[in-house]
Design a protein around this ligand. Structure first.
Ligand code: PLP
Length: 461
């Protein structure tokens, strides 16, 4: 065996250059942003819902790598499955045979959506959505896809065409001729459907941006309208799926919702290997793959690879054994209710919403004169600065990683690994309370930092 490549030695020798390397060769704005807000940490190791720095300090992860680490980091069962794949020397990706793992994963995944029949495996959330868009357009023979205001479905060009934020779309036109409708507005949906050219509506049952949920009854009624007009319902469960919201899929919160296509990715491989799955009805797949000539009409070189499939099988097995969905529901409800109780106490805290372990904390205009002046100053410079002012001390002073839920939003989104426990919930609530106390005291470090953010926002215009 060659001894020339030693990963451990490479990291030991050059790991300290990580921020410089990134600045020189990758997206230069990432290290710049991290330096600016003091997020330029060096995490050495991770386990479950925690990271550790070189001094052994423990950080609580309330972000789960944008939701991919559903089971936390390095779950031993998933890790063993991946070691096993390597050790078995499988004849993977020959491309002209049928391997057992994709079939087994599809079979196991489909148990959770009994009305669906087939699966296409890809490599990322956006690819799951691209697949659904293509399948819906081909199966219906219609060109247009509807999406919701503020939607996020990924950033490749097809998914970007159904993105509800101008900030992501600007400068990338022309995109697909798709049309936005407000989430929850059935009248707007029907008006578009009546034009007769709509293939599908793609919808996140709870939007990642801002953590807004489809109103009760909307998905079911939208499905009926879509089917009446011979169009399809696509549920994008890339973020909300696999237990995140306290049901296996978020659309299952409502009875009678049976999307024609369901997009899954992120947590399916336990965060180890890129993977996605687009689940759909038999007739849709049979139409797309209608003859032997069309066998590769939609495919991906790495799709169904053994690492991804084995990780997926291990994740579903752990989810069952450790009752991850029920756990997300209970721990999520504890966290949400503890935070919701604080809205009484803090005038800057406007709303706490969400389901399971997908929680949005929204800040809003305070009543008292003293705080209102400061709030208005921040809002005038740039919306979203107050939420940033909360995220920063949560990490700096309390070693808890969170994120602002989208540009120009005064909302923090919590999507921790689904394995956080009651002690983690207490730690978060205590830290958040301390940060809120500080903000409401009207002085101190936090508002100083706010002034720094205002200067940067003004300079960056
Ligand atoms: C709802 C939803 N769909 C699609 C995507 C895109 O997934 P990926 O980043 O794996 O392409 C995301 C990513 O955050 C998402 O939240």
């Amino acid at each position: 065996m060659s001894t020339e490549f030693d990963l451990g030695a490479l990291l030991a020798e050059r790991g300290a250059e990580r921020y410089d390397l990134h600045a020189r060769y990758l997206n230069p704005q990432l290290p710049r942003m991290l330096h600016t807000i003091g997020f330029d940490k060096v995490y050495e190791r991770a386990e479950g819902a925690h990271f550790y720095d070189a001094d052994g300090n423990d950080y609580l992860d309330m972000l789960a790598g944008f939701g991919v680490m559903g089971l936390g980091r390095h779950h031993p069962v998933v890790r063993k499955a991946l070691h096993d794949v390597l050790d078995l020397d499988l004849a993977d990706l020959t491309r002209f045979d049928c391997q057992p793992l994709p079939g087994l994963l599809a079979e196991r995944l489909l148990v959770h959506s009994p009305h669906l029949d087939r699966v296409f495996f890809g490599n990322s959330g956006t690819e799951a959505v691209e697949t659904a868009l293509k399948f819906a357009r081909y199966a219906t023979g219609r060109p247009r896809v509807l999406y919701c205001d503020h939607a996020f479905h990924g950033l490749t060009t097809g998914s970007l065409s159904v993105n509800g934020e101008r900030g992501f779309r600007d400068g990338f036109a022309p995109l697909l001729p798709d049309t936005a409708v407000p989430l929850g507005d059935l009248g707007a949906l029907e008006r578009e459907l009546k034009k007769g050219d709509v293939a599908a509506l793609v919808v996140e049952p709870i939007q990642g941006k801002g953590v807004h949920e489809a109103p009760p009854g909307y998905l079911r009624a939208a499905q009926e309208l879509l089917h009446k007009h011979k169009a399809l319902l696509i549920a994008d469960e890339v973020q909300t799926g696999l237990g995140r919201t306290g049901d296996f899929y978020a659309y299952q919160h409502e009875d009678g919702v049976e999307p024609d296509l369901v997009c899954v990715a992120k947590a399916l491989s336990g965060g180890y290997v890129p993977v996605s799955a687009t689940l759909g009805k038999d007739w849709i797949f049979k139409k797309v793959y209608s003859s032997m000539d069309r066998v590769l009409v939609h495919s991906a070189s790495f799709g169904s690879n053994a690492q991804a499939m084995a990780a997926g099988l291990a994740v579903l097995s752990v989810m069952e054994d450790e009752q991850i969905v029920a756990r997300a529901r209970t721990v999520g409800e504890l966290l949400r209710s503890r935070l919701a109780a604080l809205t009484e106490k803090y005038e800057l805290l406007a709303d706490v919403r969400g389901r399971g372990l997908m929680i949005g904390i929204e800040f809003g205009r305070p009543d008292s004169l003293k705080l209102r002046g400061r709030w208005t100053m921040l809002q005038t410079a740039r919306k979203g600065l107050f939420a940033q002012m909360v995220v920063v001390p949560l990490l700096q002073r309390h070693r808890i990683l969170t994120q602002v839920s989208g540009d120009h939003l005064e909302v923090i989104k919590l999507i921790p690994p689904l394995v956080i426990d009651e002690a983690d919930v207490e730690r978060f609530v205590e830290a958040f309370t301390a940060v809120m106390d500080d903000a409401h005291s009207g002085g101190g470090l936090m508002w100083d930092f706010g002034r720094t953010l205002i200067k940067q926002a003004v300079a960056g215009r």
